[in-house]
Ligand binder design. Structure first.
Ligand code: SF4
Length: 369
């Protein structure tokens, strides 16, 4: 039996969506997440069974607001979007054709829609005509650790010069030219997934993948009104992290090989639809794979409350955020850091430099407080 199937137990693998794939890039160093995702394990159900349900899920109000905003941007064949591309971003799109790929002659099947998207984008890429085309609801595909994930960006704008841009429509506000950095970062990670999927498709079709721009168009409402505004966001950094993380997932076998034999995250349900696995057993199984908690997990991973609790119980320096953790490299717990700072703990091999810095910080802190 495939080791990843054994880890998942007798339940089907959970499909990946763009949001989940984007989140992979948020914490590339976490073996726990890499293993659970590679095996297609339902992290939400795992967290719920462990008693630490995920804090995600949009309110119905936010969903309605998002849908209304998206319809406004796309109304009349994306007329508003075209205005933004032309006026705000200076793209020389005189006029654009509009193609809705939401279904194919009434057939909404993912396979058929994906083939249709491939055909139309192939034709657009071959067409040397400079006219732009907006592709709405295209269906892209990305291979994640041997599984196909179908992905649907908000729009793909094909415009002059034969370059494709991903357009991401989000309903968080841009106020005085600024949006919440966390939300922009999450949107950039998600858009990078689409860029990668579209580049792979282009390569597959024999076109230069570089024709898919790393500048994505982010469309948001401006100043709490529903008037859209657009910005170009460079997602090269997110693409690099995503590629590394996906490659790591295909090599996840080396992490899996090092796990205890017989380890499983089996969440098979009993006749009442409740996972039959005793919670304590599942907790030990999850703890058997090393985690790398960081506060950003709270907005990107279903297991965040479980891992935060675990890190807090072990006084892990991970709780202090990635920057502090990296600066404290090799000092695993807060009490160890405090001991090195006040001199009650003798630095181990390789800890001399960080111990010197911690003692210095402790002295400065004592002088100014
Ligand atoms: S919440 Fe836990 S499993 Fe998820 S990325 Fe963070 S440390 Fe890894």
């Amino acid at each position: 039996m495939d080791p990843l199937d054994r880890l998942r137990g007798p339940v089907p693998p959970r499909p990946h969506d763009a949001r989940a794939i984007a989140a992979l890039a948020a914490n590339p160093g976490c073996a726990r997440r890499a293993v659970l995702d590679a095996a297609g394990i339902d992290k939400d159900a795992t967290a719920t069974h462990l008693g630490f349900p995920a804090p995600f899920g949009q309110s119905p109000f936010a969903i309605t607001r998002g849908n209304v905003f998206e319809s406004l941007v796309k109304e009349s064949g994306c007329a508003e979007l075209l205005r933004l591309l032309r006026e705000l971003l200076g793209l020389p799109v005189e006029q654009a054709a509009y193609a809705d790929l939401g279904d194919v002659g009434g057939n909404p099947s993912a396979h058929v829609r994906h083939s249709h998207t491939r055909g139309l984008l192939d034709r657009a890429a071959r067409d040397r005509d400079d006219a732009g085309t907006l592709f709405d609801h295209p269906l892209l595909r990305l291979e994640i650790a041997g599984q196909s994930a179908y992905l649907e960006p908000d729009v793909v704008a094909f415009q002059l010069g034969g370059r494709f841009h991903i357009v991401e429509i989000k309903s968080f506000a841009v106020v005085d030219g600024q949006a919440e950095p966390d939300k922009v970062a999450a949107a950039a990670r998600q858009a990078a997934v689409y860029v990668l999927a579209l580049r792979n498709m282009m390569e597959d079709l024999g076109h230069d993948p570089g024709r898919v721009s790393h500048d994505v168009v982010l469309v948001c409402p401006e100043n709490f009104a529903n008037r859209p505004t657009a910005t170009l966001v460079d997602v090269r950094r997110q693409l690099a992290v995503l590629r590394r993380q996906l490659a790591r997932m295909t090599r996840v076998g080396t992490i899996v090989d090092a796990l205890p034999p017989g380890l499983t995250f089996d969440l098979a349900r009993d006749a009442d639809g409740v996972p039959a696995r005793p919670v304590e057993e599942l907790r030990e199984a999850v703890r058997g794979v090393e985690a790398r908690y960081a506060p950003d997990c709270l907005s990107t991973c279903d297991l965040c409350f479980f891992c935060r609790d675990e890190a807090a119980a072990g006084e892990s320096t991970d709780l202090l955020g990635r920057q502090v953790r990296d600066a404290l490299g090799g000092v695993a717990t807060v009490s160890e850091a405090l001991g090195l700072a006040d001199g009650t703990l003798i630095p181990g091999e390789g800890q001399e430099e960080i111990a010197r810095l911690l003692r210095l910080a402790d002295r400065i802190y004592a002088e100014v407080s």
